[in-house]
Design a protein around this ligand. Structure first.
Ligand code: SF4
Ligand code: SF4
Length: 175
Protein backbone atom coordinates (compact mmCIF):
# COMPACT_ATOMS: atom_id res chain seq x y z
CA UNK A 1 0.00 0.00 0.00
CA UNK A 2 1.25 3.46 -0.79
CA UNK A 3 0.97 6.47 1.48
CA UNK A 4 -1.63 7.81 -0.95
CA UNK A 5 -3.91 4.86 -0.35
CA UNK A 6 -3.28 4.97 3.38
CA UNK A 7 -4.37 8.55 3.27
CA UNK A 8 -7.61 8.25 1.31
CA UNK A 9 -8.79 5.10 3.08
CA UNK A 10 -7.87 6.48 6.50
CA UNK A 11 -9.85 9.65 5.75
CA UNK A 12 -12.68 7.49 4.49
CA UNK A 13 -12.61 5.40 7.68
CA UNK A 14 -12.80 8.56 9.77
CA UNK A 15 -15.73 10.00 7.82
CA UNK A 16 -17.94 7.08 6.84
CA UNK A 17 -18.45 3.39 7.26
CA UNK A 18 -16.05 2.66 4.39
CA UNK A 19 -16.19 -0.55 2.40
CA UNK A 20 -15.36 -2.38 5.66
CA UNK A 21 -18.90 -1.97 7.03
CA UNK A 22 -22.01 -3.72 5.80
CA UNK A 23 -25.66 -3.27 6.51
CA UNK A 24 -26.62 -5.42 9.51
CA UNK A 25 -28.49 -8.46 8.26
CA UNK A 26 -26.35 -8.83 5.16
CA UNK A 27 -23.47 -10.65 6.89
CA UNK A 28 -23.96 -13.81 4.85
CA UNK A 29 -22.84 -11.89 1.74
CA UNK A 30 -19.33 -11.26 3.12
CA UNK A 31 -16.69 -12.52 0.72
CA UNK A 32 -15.36 -15.91 1.91
CA UNK A 33 -11.88 -16.24 3.44
CA UNK A 34 -9.61 -18.98 2.13
CA UNK A 35 -7.37 -20.95 4.51
CA UNK A 36 -4.36 -19.15 3.02
CA UNK A 37 -5.83 -15.72 3.75
CA UNK A 38 -6.85 -16.66 7.28
CA UNK A 39 -3.36 -17.96 8.01
CA UNK A 40 -1.79 -14.70 6.77
CA UNK A 41 -4.21 -12.67 8.87
CA UNK A 42 -3.47 -14.72 11.99
CA UNK A 43 0.24 -14.35 11.36
CA UNK A 44 -0.32 -10.57 11.39
CA UNK A 45 -2.24 -10.64 14.67
CA UNK A 46 -5.85 -11.51 13.83
CA UNK A 47 -7.52 -13.67 16.47
CA UNK A 48 -10.38 -16.15 16.59
CA UNK A 49 -12.82 -13.33 17.40
CA UNK A 50 -12.05 -11.69 14.06
CA UNK A 51 -13.47 -14.65 12.12
CA UNK A 52 -16.89 -16.17 11.81
CA UNK A 53 -18.05 -19.53 10.48
CA UNK A 54 -20.79 -18.97 7.92
CA UNK A 55 -23.16 -21.44 6.28
CA UNK A 56 -23.11 -21.59 2.49
CA UNK A 57 -26.61 -20.15 2.15
CA UNK A 58 -28.23 -20.03 -1.27
CA UNK A 59 -28.16 -16.21 -1.15
CA UNK A 60 -24.42 -16.26 -0.48
CA UNK A 61 -23.68 -18.75 -3.26
CA UNK A 62 -25.94 -16.97 -5.77
CA UNK A 63 -24.19 -13.67 -5.05
CA UNK A 64 -20.76 -15.25 -5.43
CA UNK A 65 -21.85 -16.82 -8.72
CA UNK A 66 -22.78 -13.36 -9.99
CA UNK A 67 -19.30 -12.12 -9.06
CA UNK A 68 -17.63 -14.97 -10.95
CA UNK A 69 -19.76 -14.67 -14.09
CA UNK A 70 -19.45 -17.75 -16.28
CA UNK A 71 -17.89 -19.85 -13.50
CA UNK A 72 -21.02 -20.56 -11.48
CA UNK A 73 -20.47 -24.31 -11.74
CA UNK A 74 -17.04 -24.08 -10.13
CA UNK A 75 -18.34 -21.78 -7.40
CA UNK A 76 -21.24 -24.08 -6.53
CA UNK A 77 -18.81 -27.00 -6.30
CA UNK A 78 -16.53 -25.00 -3.95
CA UNK A 79 -19.42 -23.95 -1.71
CA UNK A 80 -21.91 -26.84 -1.48
CA UNK A 81 -25.29 -26.12 0.12
CA UNK A 82 -24.52 -28.25 3.20
CA UNK A 83 -21.13 -26.62 3.83
CA UNK A 84 -19.63 -23.71 5.73
CA UNK A 85 -16.87 -21.21 5.08
CA UNK A 86 -14.91 -18.61 7.05
CA UNK A 87 -15.74 -14.94 6.76
CA UNK A 88 -14.78 -11.78 8.63
CA UNK A 89 -16.60 -11.23 11.92
CA UNK A 90 -18.55 -7.98 12.15
CA UNK A 91 -19.95 -5.93 15.02
CA UNK A 92 -23.69 -5.49 15.61
CA UNK A 93 -23.43 -2.31 13.57
CA UNK A 94 -21.93 -4.25 10.65
CA UNK A 95 -18.32 -3.05 10.93
CA UNK A 96 -15.54 -5.55 10.34
CA UNK A 97 -14.04 -6.55 13.68
CA UNK A 98 -10.64 -5.51 12.31
CA UNK A 99 -11.71 -1.98 11.40
CA UNK A 100 -10.15 0.76 13.52
CA UNK A 101 -10.58 4.53 13.50
CA UNK A 102 -7.77 4.86 10.98
CA UNK A 103 -8.92 1.98 8.80
CA UNK A 104 -7.91 -1.66 8.79
CA UNK A 105 -5.75 -2.78 11.70
CA UNK A 106 -3.93 -5.31 9.54
CA UNK A 107 -0.99 -4.39 7.31
CA UNK A 108 -2.09 -4.35 3.70
CA UNK A 109 -0.01 -7.43 2.85
CA UNK A 110 -2.02 -9.48 5.37
CA UNK A 111 -5.50 -8.33 4.34
CA UNK A 112 -7.83 -10.61 2.41
CA UNK A 113 -7.43 -10.38 -1.35
CA UNK A 114 -10.98 -9.14 -1.83
CA UNK A 115 -10.30 -6.25 0.57
CA UNK A 116 -7.11 -5.39 -1.30
CA UNK A 117 -8.88 -5.48 -4.64
CA UNK A 118 -11.89 -3.43 -3.61
CA UNK A 119 -13.51 -1.58 -5.33
CA UNK A 120 -11.93 -3.34 -8.31
CA UNK A 121 -12.81 -6.76 -9.59
CA UNK A 122 -12.38 -8.86 -12.73
CA UNK A 123 -15.35 -10.63 -14.25
CA UNK A 124 -15.22 -12.72 -17.41
CA UNK A 125 -11.78 -11.31 -18.15
CA UNK A 126 -12.76 -7.65 -17.82
CA UNK A 127 -11.62 -5.29 -15.07
CA UNK A 128 -14.40 -3.27 -13.47
CA UNK A 129 -15.07 -1.42 -10.27
CA UNK A 130 -18.11 -1.43 -8.02
CA UNK A 131 -19.68 1.97 -7.65
CA UNK A 132 -20.05 2.90 -3.99
CA UNK A 133 -21.33 6.33 -3.07
CA UNK A 134 -19.44 6.39 0.25
CA UNK A 135 -16.06 5.53 -1.29
CA UNK A 136 -13.94 8.63 -0.80
CA UNK A 137 -11.51 7.52 -3.49
CA UNK A 138 -14.38 7.34 -5.99
CA UNK A 139 -15.77 10.68 -4.87
CA UNK A 140 -12.41 12.34 -5.44
CA UNK A 141 -11.27 10.54 -8.60
CA UNK A 142 -12.71 11.03 -12.07
CA UNK A 143 -12.41 7.81 -14.02
CA UNK A 144 -10.66 4.48 -13.63
CA UNK A 145 -7.08 5.71 -14.04
CA UNK A 146 -7.51 8.36 -11.36
CA UNK A 147 -9.20 5.87 -9.04
CA UNK A 148 -6.34 3.40 -9.45
CA UNK A 149 -3.84 6.15 -8.77
CA UNK A 150 -5.75 7.35 -5.72
CA UNK A 151 -5.69 3.87 -4.25
CA UNK A 152 -2.04 3.30 -5.17
CA UNK A 153 -2.87 0.44 -7.52
CA UNK A 154 -2.07 -0.39 -11.13
CA UNK A 155 -3.91 -2.60 -13.60
CA UNK A 156 -1.12 -5.15 -13.09
CA UNK A 157 -1.71 -5.07 -9.31
CA UNK A 158 -5.42 -5.76 -9.83
CA UNK A 159 -4.71 -8.71 -12.09
CA UNK A 160 -2.06 -10.07 -9.71
CA UNK A 161 -4.33 -9.82 -6.66
CA UNK A 162 -7.22 -11.36 -8.55
CA UNK A 163 -5.11 -14.30 -9.70
CA UNK A 164 -3.77 -14.79 -6.18
CA UNK A 165 -7.32 -14.86 -4.89
CA UNK A 166 -8.17 -17.46 -7.52
CA UNK A 167 -5.18 -19.60 -6.59
CA UNK A 168 -6.17 -19.43 -2.92
CA UNK A 169 -9.44 -21.10 -3.93
CA UNK A 170 -7.76 -23.49 -6.40
CA UNK A 171 -9.57 -21.83 -9.29
CA UNK A 172 -7.77 -22.00 -12.66
CA UNK A 173 -5.56 -18.97 -13.16
CA UNK A 174 -6.50 -17.88 -16.63
CA UNK A 175 -10.29 -17.89 -16.50
S1 SF4 B 1 -10.02 -7.08 6.97
FE1 SF4 B 1 -9.45 -4.92 7.02
S2 SF4 B 1 -9.75 -4.20 4.90
FE2 SF4 B 1 -10.89 -6.12 5.13
S3 SF4 B 1 -12.99 -5.52 5.72
FE3 SF4 B 1 -11.83 -5.89 7.61
S4 SF4 B 1 -11.05 -3.88 8.21
FE4 SF4 B 1 -11.64 -3.75 6.04
S1 SF4 C 1 -11.59 1.67 -0.97
FE1 SF4 C 1 -13.02 3.41 -0.98
S2 SF4 C 1 -14.68 2.83 0.46
FE2 SF4 C 1 -12.92 1.48 0.86
S3 SF4 C 1 -11.79 2.54 2.53
FE3 SF4 C 1 -10.82 3.14 0.58
S4 SF4 C 1 -11.82 5.05 0.04
FE4 SF4 C 1 -13.13 4.05 1.56
Amino acid sequence: MTDTQNHVCARCAAESGTCCTLEPGLEEYCFPLSAEERAAMEEAGARERHFCRQANTSAFVDNLCRLFGAEAGRIRALFPASGFHDRLAVTKAGACALLGRQGCRLPRSARPYYCRLYPFWIRDGRQLYFQFSQCMAQKEAAGTAALLSSLGLSNADILDLYQRLRRAWALPENA
